[in-house]
Design a binder for this molecule. Sequence first.
Ligand code: ZN
Length: 77
Amino acid sequence: MKCVFCGREESIHKGLHLIKNDGSVNYFCSSKCRRNAINLKRDKRKVRWTEAFHLTRNKENLKIAENSKLVAEEKKK
Ligand SMILES: [Zn+2]
């Protein structure tokens, strides 16, 4: 089962399943993830230790790299 907050694969016997009224299941691997998501209402993309943070960060880095390449090519011309 994949944790909805940190994105880590954990055994289904560990952690906690939060089942919403609409029937969707949110799985949290630890109380740390649960508290960050529910009590602290943190955006997983803004918390450094989650997978989502690294994914969005890598995408941004790629964009920056592409932009700097374009700039470098324009300077050559
Ligand atoms: Zn987690």
